[in-house]
Design a protein around this ligand. Sequence first.
Ligand code: UDP
Length: 505
Amino acid sequence: MQNPNPHAVLLASPGMGHFIPALELGKHLATHHGFDVTIFVVAADASITESPLFKPPQTPNLLNLVLLPPVDVSALVNSTASVVTRLVIMMREALPLLQAAISSMKSRPTALIVDMFGTEALAIAEEFDMLKYVFITSTAWFLAVTVHFPYIDEEAEHKHRVMKRPLDVPGCRSIRHEDTLDLFFDQTDRNLFSGFARIGMEISNADGILVNTWQDLEPSTLRALENEKFLGRVVKASVYPVGPLVRPVGQSSKSEVMDWLDMQPMESVIYVSFGSGGTLSAKQTTELAWGLELSQRFVWVVRPPVDGDASANFFNVTNSHDGTPSYLPSGFFTRIRNKGMVVLMWASQTEILAHKSIGGFLSHCGWNSTLESMVNGVPMVVWPLYAEQQMNAAMLAEELKVAVRPKIQPNAGVIEREEIAGMVRRVMELKGNEMRDKVKELQRSAHQALMQGGSSYNSLERVSKDCELNVKSLQLPNCHRNDTMPTPPALGTSVTPTLAGLIEA
Ligand code: UDP
């Protein structure tokens, strides 16, 4: 007998920036929309289970988190391969485990929701007669370029990549050459290019696409995705803006940073962080240290610098508190004692951004960080590093006008201390001005979208209705494509250990 509640299986790809929004989507589906939820997490190693996020205290009972045993892909991936290539391979290697885990479930789940690195798993959903959804943990604009990607011909690619002309995306803002995706430049790995086109096709052919944005943030791009004259021609799936789904502020945990923030004046501190994996070069780290020292009160999440790889810490986010960092200018801690706090490796970002003393965020523009800034009404200094972060930076600075941007691209050279101090000053000293007012407006509209009856709430209700219909049709005899559950694949190891890791949160 099929469970009367729809059961959504989510698949999260490696990286906190993918796990966190999947968890939030799962919580919303379970808490407000009547779903049972299982989230399968693919990770580089098992250390993610030690993160407090893996056992969220307020997670409803209807949500299970399962770590799929990490697969060693080092023999399959070249050590210089991009983050995207490594992610795709890790996800591919996890597919047999996901298939076996679904197959061993007592009742058939209703829907599979994957992020953009998990689209190959949609074939498993078809096999099990489940609805197929993709959850885009970025903007509708990024979704637009992704679904348009398979249709970019050689001439358009040449004009954009070589002649540096903007890339046209039907019905949407075009993408300037300096804001484009890394993969236009990485000509050493054409697999990356064709792999991205494959992902674009798979997304378009899903039953639905959930996007971590909201209607009033990107109205014209969302219209273009549905309009037959523009991208609606290629996107078969319905598009559901469901955001902003961000990690809520936890119970006030006492920490040195929070205690320090309590003592600072309202909106006087800039928070500086480059996400879960963002990394600066040694020279840039030093320059940033001097730039912050010259400017405002700050909280800075610092990672050891790595030259030549802006995403070097992507698969390595464990906390490390050993030793004073030798990569900061000597005497830095002493000189900043009264105006700054340095946090090594990882901070409680949502709690920090929600603190009344925070007045600005210098960010790498990962989409989760961006949303967290917006829902707290905090204007930004944008410092994009990799992936689609340049596009996010352009949208924030030029379209939404809630951020300032460096004159040069962070990856194209070193941003000097005077410019850093100048950008920080512009954001922090503009209290009550246009930029701050605009981001507070976004904060209000984000809040409304998520409330019962709001646009994002209603989007998830529509997904829920489709899934309920699917549950009913599966309960009717002769109404589904497969009469028997498929046989699990022959695996080297039993699936039971996988499921032994199942955590009932
Ligand atoms: N994060 C955090 N503490 C840190 C760094 C990051 O809590 O020190 C969280 C942050 O709040 C966000 C996520 O990790 O939810 C990072 O996602 P984002 O999309 O901003 O960037 P990515 O890490 O994927 O590049």
